[in-house]
Design a protein around this ligand. Sequence first.
Ligand SMILES: [Zn+2]
Length: 328
Amino acid sequence: MSTDEPSPIIVEVVHAQAEGDQPPSRERTRSNNTCPRCSSHYRDDELQAELRVCRTCGYHFVVGALERIAQLADPGTFEEAASGLRSADPLAFVDMIPYPERLAAATAATGLEDAMVVGRAEIDGHRCALATMEFEFVGGSMGSVVGEKFARAVDLALEDSMPLISVASSGGARMQENVLALMQMAKTTCAVDALNEAGIPFISVLSHPSTGGVMASFAALGDVIIAEPGAFMAFAGRRVVQQTTREQLPDDFGLSESNFRFGLVDMIVPRHELRGTLARMLRLFAGGEFVYPVEEPPAPITQSRIARLVRGVRWRPHGPSSTNGASS
Ligand SMILES: [Zn+2]
């Protein structure tokens, strides 16, 4: 029997931030428009004119929902839909502050009702439904309003038989709405399925950051998935994955470049080329011709040319085409 005093048990409580509220560290420097990679500093109007891409090093700053529409849509063509939707607070949720106060503060800061703006637009004369996200609104989190707005954007695309383009910028599901937020993953997934069944294209653009429940639902379901350079995309952040798997993660974990390498992302498109790329896809989806950047028409397609083109291509087996719900 020992007379020694038992050593006290010290419990350290670490208040980890929710993934959805955890802007990546470079986010914090956005307010002063200083590039976190090369420290170049810009006036806001300069940065806006450069599409919020650093002139010196090409770093892509986060873009808000309305500014993104201005970057992509032809001037004067965007017609907002599903405006006036507001989150209720059925759980009477309080984190640091009551949820309604958090929403009011986000509205005051951004001028938006929630973290998504949807509507009809034209890009280089091609009609589409457009849904953009606002990271500054409670971390771009998806609650019942974002889910409903995305579903309404899908309705627009179905009504007018036009492609849907979404631009994700989100920390994931909105914790303050709990299960109501999680249900939006199923809701938006079903909405994308309706597009598939109708044979309407869905182009998903992943900007920094595209994480959590948004990445685990509609954002990863595009027929074409385009990522901006250096964007972080994952279900959970680096720290959570590292703690769960107890493995050392590579430096490029979750970035566009590694997701492209693993095949989740179809293409990485710098922001200055995004509008042109989307316009080209809309033209192709509308049955238009691919416009080659050279004057000469492409060489005629012959069997020997096809054989040459596919030489070295390894065909990867895919599941039966019916599994993705697409109809031809
Ligand atoms: Zn820079």
